[in-house]
Design a protein around this ligand. Structure first.
Ligand code: FAD
Ligand code: MLT
Ligand code: ZN
Length: 469
C-alpha cells in the first residue's frame, strides 16, 4: 500500500527517527488498558516550531491529531481511534526548562517535562511546585494542564488551573499562541489560557507553560488515623483545619478494602495499625518552621481528636522513610486495582458535607443492585473528591462484569446529580464519559462549549471524539 504523503513531509520536519509507524502499541492503548486504537503514525516533535509545522501538515491533509503526554490519563483521552488515520503527537522530546525565576516565583517549562522533574527543579531553588499525583514519575506537565489535574495537595494549593500563569499553545491552524506571561494580575480581556486548561487536547497543543512556585516548607509531618465512618472523617477534617490552619495540606480517605487490596499486591507496604478498621485518613501538614515544633502541634491536634472521639487510633510517622512508606500505600492504590481486575471507575466530587450520606446511600444501592460486587472507595476527601470504584464479585468473569458499566454508572452518576456533584472531579471526560456528559450539563452549556470548539478548530481535527461529540 502507498504510504500517506504526510509521513514523508513529517520526516522532513522532525527527522526520520521521530516519525514512528511501527511498534506503536505503547501509544495505542491507555494506562487502564481499556481503550485500544491504531494510529497512522506517532510523531515526536522536539520544538514548538516543529509542533507547529506538524500541525500545519495535519491540517493540510485533514488528519486528526491526538496529543499525548505521559499517557497516564484515566479516561482514554490520549488514545487514538482504530481507523489508522489519526496522528499521535507525543510531547516527550519537548522537555526543556526554559527559565526559573525564584524572585518572581515562577518557572517556564516545556510541555513534555515530567512532573517529578519539575518538582525537583523547584526544590533546587528552594521552592515548591505543589502538584502531586501518584503518576508524577511519568505524567507530563502538558498532560497535567490539559486535564487540569488535581491530586493530593489541592486542599492547600488548588488544582493545576490555580498553578498556571501562562501558556504557549499551537492552535489547530498551526499558529503559535503566545500567552507565556508570568503575571499574577492581568485583566486585559478574556483570559484565554483557561480555555486550554482542562480541554483535554481538543482545542490546541500546549507546548510550554509558566508555572507558579510556592515557598518550600522546611518542616512536614505525616500521620494516619483510623475512623469509624466517613462522617467522623468529615468532622475530623474540620477539627484539623481549625487546629492547623493553612499548614494543612493533604487529607486522603481510604476504606479498609482498598488498603487491604493495596497491601495484598504490595506486601512490603506498611500495615499502619495492629488491627483493621473500616476507614482511614492519611494526613500531611507542612510549614516553614522546624519538624519538632510542627510535629508537636500536629500531635496535640490529634490528641484532641482522640479525646473528642473523632478518631479510634493514630499513627504519626517518626522519620521521612516512614512518611514515604505511608504515602506509597496511598500512591499504589490505582496500581493494585489495575493488577487485581478491571473495575468500573468513578471520579466524582460532592460538597464535602454531603460525602458521608452519599457513601452510605450509594454503597447500599450498589450492594443491592449488584450483589457480591466489591466497592473500593478512596479519595481526596479534603476536596470532596471520591474515587468510587466497583469491582466484580470474586470468582465471576471480568468481561461479563464490565458489561455492567453503564448500569453501574447510571446508579453512581444519578446519585452524584442528586447531590449536586460532578461526574468528573479531576480526571476529565475523554472518551470514557463523552456520551454521559450531555446528561449532566445543560444544553446551553454544551452549545457554548461547541461554539468555542468550532471557532478554534473548524476542521474538527483536534482529538475528535473526546469531551464533545
Ligand atoms: P496523557 O494521559 O498523555 O493525556 C491526557 C490528556 O491530555 C489527553 O486528552 C491528551 O490528549 C492531553 N494532552 C497531553 N499532553 C498535551 C499537550 N501537551 N497539549 C494538549 N493536550 C495534551 N490524576 C489526577 O488528577 N489526580 C491524581 O491524583 C491522579 N493520580 C494518578 C495516579 C496514577 C497511578 C495514575 C496512573 C494516574 C493518575 N492520575 C491522576 C491521572 C493522570 O496521571 C493525570 O490525568 C495526568 O494529568 C495526565 O498526564 P499525562 O501526561 O499522562 O497525559
Ligand atoms: C488517585 O487519586 O489515586 C488517582 O486519581 C487515580 C485513581 O483514581 O485511580
Ligand atoms: Zn485522585
Amino acid at each position: 500500500m502507498n504510504e500517506h504523503p504526510f509521513l514523508a513531509q513529517a520526516r522532513e520536519v522532525v527527522g526520520q527517527a521521530n516519525v514512528l509507524t511501527q511498534d506503536l502499541a505503547a501509544y495505542a492503548v491507555d494506562w487502564k488498558e481499556k481503550y485500544h486504537g491504531q494510529p497512522m503514525a506517532v510523531v515526536r516533535p522536539g520544538s514548538t516550531a516543529e509542533v507547529a509545522a506538524v500541525v500545519k501538515l495535519c491540517a493540510h491533509h485533514r488528519l486528526a491529531i491526538v496529543p499525548q503526554g505521559g499517557n497516564t490519563g484515566m479516561c482514554g483521552a490520549a488514545t487514538p481511534d482504530d481507523s489508522g488515520q489519526q496522528v499521535v503527537i507525543t510531547l516527550g522530546r519537548l522537555n526543556r526548562i526554559r527559565s526559573v525565576d525564584p524572585s518572581n516565583n515562577t518557572m517556564t517549562v516545556e510541555a513534555g517535562c515530567v512532573l517529578q522533574t519539575l518538582q525537583e527543579t523547584a526544590e533546587s531553588v528552594n521552592r515548591l511546585y505543589p502538584l502531586s499525583v501518584g503518576s508524577e514519575g511519568s505524567c507530563q506537565i502538558g498532560g497535567n494542564i490539559a486535564t487540569n489535574a488535581g491530586g493530593v495537595q489541592v486542599l492547600r494549593y488548588g488544582n493545576t488551573r490555580d498553578l498556571v500563569l501562562g501558556l504557549e499553545v499551537v492552535l489547530p491552524s498551526g499558529e503559535v499562541l503566545d500567552l507565556l506571561r508570568g503575571l499574577r494580575k492581568d485583566n486585559t480581556g478574556y483570559d484565554l489560557k483557561h480555555l486550554f486548561i482542562g480541554s483535554e487536547g481538543t482545542l490546541g497543543l500546549i507546548t510550554a507553560a509558566t508555572l507558579k512556585l510556592m515557598p518550600l516548607p522546611s518542616a512536614n509531618a505525616v500521620g494516619m488515623v483510623a475512623v469509624t465512618s466517613p462522617a467522623k472523617a468529615v468532622e475530623l477534617l474540620q477539627h484539623m483545619r481549625d487546629a492547623m490552619g493553612e499548614r494543612f495540606s493533604a487529607f486522603e480517605l481510604m476504606s479498609n478494602p482498598i488498603v487491604e487490596l493495596t497491601r495484598r499486591y504490595f506486601p512490603a507496604l506498611p500495615q499502619p495499625f495492629a488491627e483493621q478498621h473500616d476507614w482511614y485518613v492519611l494526613m500531611e501538614v507542612a510549614d516553614g518552621g522546624t519538624d519538632a515544633a510542627l510535629t508537636a502541634d500536629f500531635q496535640a491536634a490529634l490528641e484532641q481528636a482522640l479525646e473528642r472521639e473523632l478518631v479510634l487510633d493514630v499513627v504519626i510517622t517518626q522519620s521521612q522513610a516512614q512518611a514515604k512508606a505511608l504515602w506509597e500505600l496511598r500512591d499504589n492504590v490505582s496500581e493494585a486495582q489495575q493488577q487485581d481486575a478491571p473495575n468500573i471507575k468513578h471520579d466524582i466530587s460532592l460538597p464535602v458535607s454531603q460525602v458521608p450520606r452519599f457513601i452510605d446511600e450509594v454503597s447500599a444501592e450498589l450492594a443491592t443492585t449488584f450483589p457480591g460486587s466489591r466497592l473500593f472507595c478512596f479519595g481526596h476527601l479534603g476536596d470532596g473528591n471520591l474515587h468510587f470504584n466497583l469491582s466484580r464479585p470474586l470468582g465471576s468473569d471480568n468481561t461479563l462484569w464490565l458489561k455492567n458499566n453503564d448500569a453501574v454508572n447510571a446508579v453512581v452518576h444519578a446519585a452524584v446529580a442528586r447531590f449536586n456533584g460532578s461526574i468528573s472531579a479531576e480526571h476529565g471526560i475523554g472518551q470514557q464519559k463523552v456520551d454521559e456528559l450531555p446528561r449532566y450539563k445543560s444544553a446551553l452549556e454544551l452549545e457554548v462549549m461547541r461554539t468555542i470548539k468550532r471557532a478554534l478548530d473548524p476542521l474538527q481535527l483536534m482529538n475528535p471524539g473526546k469531551v464533545l461529540r
